[in-house]
Design a binder for this molecule. Structure first.
Ligand SMILES: Nc1ncnc2c1ncn2[C@@H]1O[C@H](COP(=O)(O)OP(=O)(O)OP(=O)(O)O)[C@@H](O)[C@H]1O
Ligand SMILES: [Mg+2]
Length: 150
């Protein structure tokens, strides 16, 4: 279990995560509104060499960072239903040699990637954020193993 006491620590955890990512990795970020999912993604983007500010894709749904050392797709499915998700053609993103980070993955049920690392972020009483990992599929199991090693 990883923990972050501050916004800055959350970003640092994102950097650590970003350093372990390889092309084709998919990350699902679960957790309540304002728990720190976008903050974690900022650290991931930083680790991948993205220098422009990462903005929440709440309204745009998908933001692309092709300039990253491994192309990054940051998605926020909060406003989407499973039926609407079909037309987004998400498989194309999943099959690109890229990294996908999805906030609010529960919204899109069957349109999720088959192989993904789920990170459940929870807010403790003292505002500390706790991150719990679960890997589904061989690529994300390998990713989880790399995270445990460093
Ligand atoms: N320990 C912490 N970790 C992360 N964020 C924190 C922490 N403490 C306070 N914050 C603040 O909480 C907010 C988290 O916002 P953020 O946009 O990252 O959440 P989110 O999970 O992406 O929300 P949403 O579901 O609306 O997309 C920020 O304003 C951040 O500064
Ligand atoms: Mg967010």
């Amino acid at each position: 279990m990883w923990q972050a006491k501050t916004d800055e620590e959350m970003r640092e955890l994102g950097k650590r995560l970003g350093q372990a990512l390889t092309a084709g990795d998919h990350i699902l970020l679960e957790g309540d509104l304002g728990v720190g999912k976008t903050t974690l993604t900022k650290g991931i983007a930083e680790a991948l060499g993205v220098t422009r500010p990462l903005k929440s894709p709440t309204y745009t749904l998908i933001r692309e960072y092709p300039e990253a050392s491994i192309p990054l797709y940051h998605m926020d499915m909060y406003r989407i239903t499973e039926e609407e998700a079909e037309i987004l053609g998400l498989e194309e993103y999943y099959e690109a040699d890229a990294i996908t980070v999805i906030e609010w993955p529960q919204q899109i049920g069957e349109w999720l990637p088959d192989d993904a690392l789920t990170i459940k972020v929870t807010r403790e009483e003292d505002d500390t954020r706790s991150l719990a990992f679960s890997a589904e599929g061989s690529a994300s199991q390998a990713l989880l193993h790399r995270l445990e090693m460093n």
